[in-house]
Design a binder for this molecule. Structure first.
Ligand code: NDP
Length: 331
């Protein structure tokens, strides 16, 4: 049946300004790294995307290599976009990336102009789009001159194939260097996409300051540490969970479940309950408490996880005592 979006979709979502730009993003955005590949259920993917948009999630995040196989998440998205979302293109912020290995030979990886230009052209075809809203360089390239990589991002904007550009997993100093080159070219860096969660706080060691001081937005990925920051692994590895599926390509594996981690999860769960939240909600709220964060980038395997996680917005403030408690649990 033809998709008819919820008329109240903008009522309950918060939209936060992305750094000093004109763009606002939903406080919760949806990533398609897992569960949208060719091997996954198209019906489930469609349900998730429809529910997300119905809930005010206007930002969908992809990358050339999401699947499996690589490229198939963009194809799934393109298929559903054509059926359901084409009429709403101007209500959507769609991002993609390149920077990790995508095809054989010397031109399908890292940060050369040759790779990035070809990759974006491929992504646009797979997604049935004329342009993406945000194109990211997916990881720093130690060998390609920064001027070449950033110059390519600037070119994409000038060609109208991307409206804004971003970088992912660049360190604080790499971000400063990239930002300076981009500024000279006249295309500001809109946003940074770093890994950030209660279990991985590296961005607090300088990156968040660089972003905040320079008006660059921040959209953390894997905010639930790929599912570890929920109660799902407390009693073992449930069937169907990300760990049980052994997807490789950076997906969480059994060795992430340690006694120490589970002990922390149990304590964090108790604290979340005392705030009227579940752990997933508290872990997301905890990231959003910082005004330098534009949006939190969730992944889901089921529509219910969208509904559950989005409730994090009901309580994003933390008392001093709660923050101290979290720090002592994590220490
Ligand atoms: P999360 O840390 O949010 O992990 C998502 C997983 O957590 C889900 O698949 C699900 O696990 C579980 N989960 C989510 N919500 C709930 C809930 N409410 N209750 C219980 N379990 C829940 O994020 P991802 O690791 O998926 O990353 C999110 C996005 O970030 C990606 O889709 C991608 O767009 C981006 N990303 C970017 C990277 C980069 O290099 N720039 C790298 C990695 C991700 P289960 O499947 O077991 O049900």
């Amino acid at each position: 049946m033809a998709y008819q979006p919820n008329n109240n979709r903008y009522k309950n979502m918060t939209y936060r300004r992305c750094g000093k730009s004109g763009l606002k993003l939903p406080a919760v955005s949806l990533g398609l790294w897992h569960n949208f590949g060719e091997i996954d259920s198209l019906d489930n993917a469609r349900k998730i995307l429809r529910l997300a948009f119905d809930s005010g999630i206007t930002h969908f995040d992809l990358a050339n290599n999401y699947g499996p196989p690589a490229g198939s998440a963009e194809e799934t998205f393109g298929h559903i976009f054509k059926d359901d979302f084409k009429a709403y293109r101007d209500e959507l912020i769609i991002s993609t990336k390149a920077g990790w290995g995508m095809w054989e030979g010397p031109y399908g990886d890292w940060g050369s102009k040759k790779y990035l230009v070809s990759s974006l052209d491929q992504s646009l075809k797979r997604m049935n789009l004329d342009y993406v809203d945000i194109f990211y360089h997916h990881r720093p390239d130690p060998e390609t001159p920064l001027e070449e990589t950033m110059g390519t991002l600037d070119l994409m904007v000038r060609q109208g194939k991307a409206l804004y550009i971003g970088i992912s997993s660049y360190s604080a100093s790499e971000t400063e260097a990239a930002m300076a080159v981009l500024k000279q070219l006249g295309t500001p860096c809109l946003i940074h996409q770093p890994k950030y969660s209660l279990f991985d706080r590296w961005v607090e060691g300088g990156l968040l300051d660089v972003l905040g001081n320079n008006g660059i937005g921040c959209i953390p990925f894997s905010p639930l540490a790929q599912g570890l920051l929920t109660n799902k692994y407390v009693k073992g590895i449930p069937e169907g969970s990300r760990i049980s599926r052994h997807r490789g390509n950076g997906a969480i594996e059994e060795d992430a479940i340690t006694e120490d981690k589970i002990a922390k999860v149990i304590k964090l769960n108790e604290l979340a309950h005392s705030r009227g939240q579940d752990l997933a909600q508290m872990a997301l709220s905890w990231i959003l408490k910082d005004p330098r964060i534009t949006s939190v980038l969730i992944g889901v395997s089921k529509p219910e996880q969208v509904s559950d996680s989005i409730k994090c917005l009901e309580n994003i403030s933390f008392s001093h005592e709660e923050l101290e408690k979290i720090n002592s649990i994590l220490s």
